[in-house]
Design a protein around this ligand. Sequence first.
Ligand code: ADP
Length: 362
Amino acid sequence: MRPYREYWSDPGMMTPPTLRPDEAMKLEDLLENIDDLVILATTDGKILYVNRAWREKLGYSQEEVHKINAHDVLHPMQHRLVAVNEAKLMAGETLRDVQRTFVAKNGNEFFVEGFLNYRFGKDGKPEYVRAVFRDITERKKAEEMKNELIAMATHELRSPLTSIIGSIELAKRHPDTADKMLEMALRNSQFMLDLINDYLSIEKLTSGGTPLNLEPLDLSALVEGTLETGRGLGAKNQVRLELGAVLDGAKVSGDPDRLRQVLTNLLSNAVKFSPENDVVTASISRKEGFLRVSVADHGPGIPENFRGKIFGRFEQAEGHKKGGSGLGLAISKAIVERHNGRIGFETGNGTTFFFELPELAS
Ligand code: ADP
């Protein structure tokens, strides 16, 4: 550890601490070993002290710290904010929950929140600013994602709800249409419920709230079983579900309910987009330590400008909406990735969606 003297690098600037050297050592030890970013700097930005967390987060060595200005790590957009805060600090206020964007030496940006105040000398002039910041990048990202989801979900729920109200009003005014209108209201209510369930499901999956019940699974048995239960779904659209090539006995470590959910979603999309009287084929293949489950259809394919967005939340291709929530593939992706797997598709004449999971050694 550096001796205590060195760390008050500019003793002329401030009143020396009234601590004994061994107490100061402990204090420095504390500052050097916390996660918060601590900085003391003159009001024009000359750095007097920064702790280890600050140096590591911002990517500057102990030597480099003295060659830069404290304002250099602030995002350029924030310089105006500094001027606004200056007046309050000069009046002796402590600023709390101040949010800033810092830019590290390598250009990485991150958000911090913290407190700032000035230390004033006997002459009433500010000697230096004390600041402690905490990295809130992850929290901020989670908040943004949540807000985005809420905005999207409320937007998506508006149209079925408007339609339900419209149906009920019509049924009231024209009792002869009541049956048809209530039928429509029921369909839209079911749609809203599905949407909310999907929304909750993805929320839980991505926040880690849904534990996976992993067990060794015979993938062929899982695919066959899911096809069996999915047959009704195909029959309604006169689409046949067929089992293609499988690998008997090939195993993965997986949560059977969740993996069935992924496969059912891929099958139901394939059926929805298949021409009538067509065939959808599910098969299994092996590739570089992974087992791939594929679902192939002969539908219209995925429009080029939609391919990059297809696994996003609430995404549906223009002109290719068939009453879903736009969350099915996002949920499938979350499930597959929780299994350390990957999901993708090939498209042209028809589409083949697939997911790959690490094969368990037998
Ligand atoms: P949805 O609930 O709308 O089906 P998904 O996330 O499962 O939501 O699918 C998103 C969109 O991807 C669909 O609305 C559709 O535009 C497109 N899509 C998915 N599967 C297929 C497919 N097999 N063929 C063509 N388009 C598809």
